[in-house]
Design a protein around this ligand. Structure first.
Ligand code: GTB
Length: 217
């Protein structure tokens, strides 16, 4: 059965692949699962029909027959569990890959999102210029630790996994901040993820949505 995901009708990131449907698209592309996309506007997201799928009125969602999921991490995990290619067969290696999935979402993503909120919503506050360096230093601590663990390896634990997929999408949220440039190993790691054909297909698909919305095609 072809799953349907939801995505922004017009993404505020202007097609940069920062919205969280990107990680779901990428996972589906990695495993070769075709999918449909239903585009939703900001107002549609907050209406009852969409809230029935997503209690917080957000994207992405995932529908597959009777199954409805929200939370991008849970969706990627579901895809990885039901298709070959994103989680190793060996039980211990699989558990470690899942650990990296959690790590991406619960250790790396929160300070990075905190910075994005600061930049987007707190810029006019009197304390903004004092707070931003504090937030960025918190991110630097995690990036330094992650970089040390990655070392010269291509991926976090052996072959590319759903853990890398989530980590790369989380680190991409630092694009334009200059922070990732301070960690050449992580910079190269993200570039390796972005070079994967499945990433490119997912990126192009979400960019096409933005381009069509902007040009009216
Ligand atoms: N924890 C949830 C998950 O992982 O699925 C978070 C879902 C979420 O934050 N969804 C956002 C959303 O629907 C889109 S991805 N926002 C609308 C709303 O809450 O009303 C977050 C996002 C949005 C925009 C950019 N950007 O412009 O760069 C980046 C990321």
């Amino acid at each position: 059965m072809t799953p349907t995901i939801t995505a922004f009708e017009r993404s505020p990131d202007r097609g940069k692949g920062q919205a969280r449907d990107m990680r779901v698209r990428w996972a589906l592309e990695e495993v070769g699962q075709p999918y449909d996309v239903r585009l939703v506007s900001f107002s549609e997201m907050k209406q009852a029909a969409h809230r029935a799928l997503h209690p917080f009125g957000q994207i992405p969602t995932y529908e597959e027959g009777d199954l409805v999921l929200f939370e991008s991490g849970a969706i990627v995990f579901h895809i990885a569990q039901h298709h070959a290619g994103l989680l190793p067969g060996d039980a211990n290696a699989r558990a470690r890959a899942i650990t990296w999935m959690f790590c991406a979402l619960s250790t790396l993503e929160p300070p990075i999102v905190d910075r994005q909120y600061a930049v987007l919503q707190e810029r006019d506050e009197t304390w903004y210029t004092q707070r931003l360096p504090i937030v960025e230093d918190r991110i630097r601590v995690r990036l330094g630790e992650l970089s040390a663990r990655l070392g010269d390896a291509d991926w976090l634990d052996g072959a590319f996994s759903a853990g890398d997929l989530l980590m790369v999408t989380v680190l991409r949220r630092l694009n334009g901040s200059g922070l990732l440039d301070e960690y050449p190993k992580l910079f190269a790691y993200v570039a390796r993820g972005e070079a994967r054909p499945a990433f490119k297909r997912a990126f192009d698909a979400q960019l096409a949505v933005f381009t069509a919305a902007s040009t009216g095609r």
